[in-house]
Design a protein around this ligand. Sequence first.
Ligand code: 13P
Ligand code: ZN
Length: 282
Amino acid sequence: MRNETTAKNGILNAPFLHEMMDTTYNMWRFGWDERNGGNISYLLKEEEVAAYLNINHAIRSITLDFPVKELAGKYFIVTGSGKYFKNVKDDPADCLGVIRVNEAGTAIDILWGFENGGKPTSELPAHFMSHISRLQVDKDHRIIMHNHATNIIAMTFTHELDEKSFTKTLWQMCTECVVVFPDGIALLPWMVPGTDTIGEQTAKKMKEHRLVVWPHHGIFGAGTSMDETFGLIETAEKAAQIYMLISSHQGGVKQVITDQQLSDLAKAFGVTPLEGVLAVEE
Ligand code: 13P
Ligand code: ZN
């Protein structure tokens, strides 16, 4: 009987698994996830997981060296450390895992995936701590996404690393930007990735911003759905691409979207731009 249920509702039919497979592949196609670059974690509801997996059976457990009591009992599907995004859709059971944080918040139980001894992304501290931050400010929050978006990285070499001016430059590059990320872009100093420290710093920024840039490395995005989070990073990356295109243009920049126009745009779309970026009279 169990086998029949498992076959009918096998996890390979789970919509959340397909979202992970499609998104990782799209991110690779965009050139944002060379080799094993990038990682995604997706907060799942217990009933979503229970429809496809026996949630009472943990394959193995992994101890966390950073406690996440706030996430106790929560389920995630996560990309595996060292896994290539280009390969996820062909071998999801090797490249992805469904995990649950234990009641003490000190370990994760692997319920499915990470076959061949795999484990979650090395950026799990940044993911988990960012989930905690975002859930405090957005009850619908579900996704943390990291990648090596090419033009965002390029821009961190040529643009000053000041959050407000970086945000303003990106808002000026496409009319939609201030509407898509009115909360602006946060920036960290360069740090060693995969550490608890970069995780803590990223999460701190995530309390007020859904995009956090790691200079010379990549970007973290947060959102309520896979499409929204992908779209957020896609929009920032598109703006960065335009910045890189026009910065090297011999004729230089001849006109810009003014601060007043950006402010008018925000008003028209009912968003509040991050304070202190636009120089306009209220
Ligand atoms: P993982 O393969 O461990 O997810 O690491 C990739 C990465 O982008 C590190 O910042
Ligand atoms: Zn990375």
